[in-house]
Design a protein around this ligand. Structure first.
Ligand SMILES: C[S@@+](CC[C@H](N)C(=O)[O-])C[C@H]1O[C@@H](n2cnc3c(N)ncnc32)[C@H](O)[C@@H]1O
Length: 267
């Protein structure tokens, strides 16, 4: 039983997934993207880097018997939670096509994948260009000849100012808290807080000490390690000041207060 100022491991990851992830949607987005870019061909093997609970890869294999996925994360806590919550819900046959790898993305060798995804800005943990260069280079090596690397990023003036936003869900409230942004280094400190319904706010359930990388520098690093092409994707407008969840390729766009985008890089 948890006291009022902490959350159970189950609450922590269940709240996180509900607030920031949409695994079915991510699978659809990744597969649609691949099919559009590769003339209708489907991606079969997904590698989910920084997979956490592995929600995306567990949904990936539900596409059919030809689909395989593996995910890499070095923290046993989300991995164990993911095995209970997601992996256990798969059929035995589906389970045989999923693999959780407890390891560091820097020294884990894997079978070649059609898509490698690094989502929810996880690679922002690498603050030095040299680190990112080494990581992207390993990703390129691990892709099949026709493979793509998909990464998300965010920015906009709002994300660079101390600011706390909250969203209400049925059983909890979610807070995204920008604590610090250093305009010189682009180092940032973000926290996620949760308040269970009827309970007290639990602060710093997740903390992210990151460097906020942007489209231009990421694309240059991808090019430097040998990716043949990279395409920026920007989110469509919902007509009400927000995003509509649909992303389109573009090389030029008007800035906005806060945005989330993707880069897709070809091996
Ligand atoms: C922001 S969470 C993202 C989790 C999940 N991918 C998502 O979309 O919500 C970052 C994850 O990266 C993992 N991580 C951090 N550094 C890593 C590394 N060098 N190798 C593998 N996993 C790492 C952490 O344990 C954590 O689960």
């Amino acid at each position: 039983m948890n006291d009022e100022r902490t959350l159970t491991v189950e609450q922590k990851h269940a709240f996180y997934e509900e607030a920031v992830q949409n695994p079915e949607g991510e699978v659809e987005t990744l597969q649609d993207l691949y099919q559009k870019l590769k003339d209708g061909k489907k991606a079969k093997i997904l590698r989910e880097d920084f997979c956490g609970t592995g929600a995306i890869m567990c949904n990936w294999v539900k596409q059919g018997p030809d689909f395989k996925a593996f995910g890499i994360d070095l923290d046993p806590e989300p991995v164990e939670y993911g095995k209970k919550r997601h992996y256990s819900q798969l059929t035995k046959e589906e389970q045989s096509r999923v693999e959780y790898i407890m390891g560091d993305v820097f020294d884990t060798k894997t079978e070649k994948a059609d898509i490698i995804a690094a989502l929810n800005f996880s690679y922002y943990i690498f603050k030095k260009r040299k680190q990112l260069l080494a990581y992207f280079s390993m990703v390129r090596e691990a892709l099949s000849d026709d493979g793509i690397f998909v990464l998300d990023l965010f920015g906009g003036p709002e994300s660079m100012m101390p600011l706390e936003e909250s969203t209400k869900y049925e059983t909890f409230k979610y807070y995204w808290d920008c604590d610090k942004f250093n305009p010189i280094t682009h180092e940032t400190l973000y926290h996620i807080h949760f308040k269970p319904k009827g309970g007290k706010k639990v602060k710093n359930v997740f903390t992210y000490d990151w460097r906020m990388w942007g489209f231009a520098e990421l694309r240059e690093i991808l090019e430097d390690v040998g990716f043949s092409k990279s395409i920026p994707f920007w989110e469509g407008d919902d007509g009400d000041g927000g995003g509509n969840g649909e992303f389109f390729p573009t090389e030029e766009i008007d800035n906005c207060e806060g945005w989330v985008g993707y880069i897709v890089a070809y091996k």
